[in-house]
Design a protein around this ligand. Structure first.
Ligand code: NDP
Length: 284
């Protein structure tokens, strides 16, 4: 579909943002569904996010994704932020413009749960999960696991203090899930862990250390590595060697993107699968 005076505009705000795969995914889906819309990447100066939000309102941009470093500030700039636990975990990553009112949502946690379900056939309810990392992604994952009814969530992080901070923060929201900070890898030997999530940036660069030694686990676990570039990490190779089910970060990436696309268009069926196909073409 060619661009014309009716074309609706969507986009992503981030800094830096030029590495983002979101334009590729959303533009492919607009085309597939014959929607007259375009999705672009914007890199506003970090100090001028309020101006960018005024631009969204005044130009009638229909929807945006928000990524690092804007997710928390964006929450304060929305007109409506529906009270839900997904948003509490990681601020706002998706905005819908409804007649000039900006509604903020977070699709990262639900995107992670979608990936667990569809890529690993894993239901977190009643399970014990180990989250490695305590940054933004780990926070979203810990909350999603609490919401999904995990029995226990262990948090292991290079900076143990940050792990304890996340433990305290998440414990304030969920009463049925026990959050515990693990002091170190060796302390995990005694734990019955069903799921390991790498939510650190380890694996993005050649020569990175592994997030942990999976051989230290006392039983087989499913392994989800949130790193998506490269699509297959050394941590995933280790999981394969040990016979553990495993998946990479493209599943969550397409999960959160598909849920944003649904918020904007109402279309849900087959969206994540189509986005995966686009990424497979891109990887080749
Ligand atoms: P943050 O910068 O908020 O957190 C980084 C985390 O990695 C911290 O826990 C940090 O530990 C840890 N870390 C960084 N370097 C090292 C190291 N050398 N050794 C041990 N630990 C280290 O990043 P995010 O949480 O936003 O992102 C984390 C990862 O998740 C990235 O790879 C990102 O691409 C990926 N991600 C994937 C998504 C997806 O859709 N698949 C969505 C969001 C993120 P410390 O606290 O000690 O500094």
């Amino acid at each position: 579909m060619s661009l014309n005076s009716e074309t609706a505009l969507y986009g992503i705000l981030g800094h830096p943002v030029r590495h983002s795969l979101s334009p590729l995914l959303h533009n492919a889906l607009f085309k597939k569904h014959h929607i007259n819309a375009a999705y672009l990447a914007f890199e506003p100066d970090p100090a001028s996010l309020p101006l960018a939000f005024e631009g969204i309102r005044s130009l009638g941009i229909r929807g945006v994704n928000v990524t690092i470093p804007f997710k928390e500030e964006a929450e304060n700039l929305c007109d409506e932020v529906p009270e839900d636990i997904d948003r509490a975990s990681g601020a706002v990553n998706t905005i819908v413009n409804r007649n000039g009112e900006l509604y903020g949502y977070n699709t990262d946690g639900p995107g992670f749960i979608l990936s667990l379900k569809e890529d690993l056939s894993f239901d977190a309810s009643g399970k014990t999960a180990l989250v490695i990392g305590a940054g933004g992604a780990a926070r979203g994952v810990a909350f999603a696991l609490g919401k999904a009814g995990a029995e226990e969530v262990l948090i292991l992080n290079r900076s143990a203090e940050r792990a304890r901070g996340l433990q305290e923060f998440a414990s304030g929201y969920f009463t049925e899930t026990e959050f515990r900070a693990a002091e170190n890898e060796d302390a995990l030997r005694a734990e019955k862990i069903d799921l390991v999530v790498n939510a650190t940036s380890l694996g993005m660069h050649a020569g990175d250390a592994l997030p942990m030694d999976l051989k230290k686990l006392k039983q087989k676990a499913a392994v989800l590595d949130l790193v998506y570039a490269p699509a297959k990490t050394r941590f995933m190779d280790e999981a394969v060697k040990l016979g553990f089910a495993n998946a990479g970060g493209l599943g969550m990436l397409t999960g959160q993107a598909a849920l944003a696309f649904t918020l904007w268009t109402g279309i849900s069926e087959g969206v994540r699968e189509s986005m995966m196909e686009e990424l497979n073409k891109w990887k080749r």
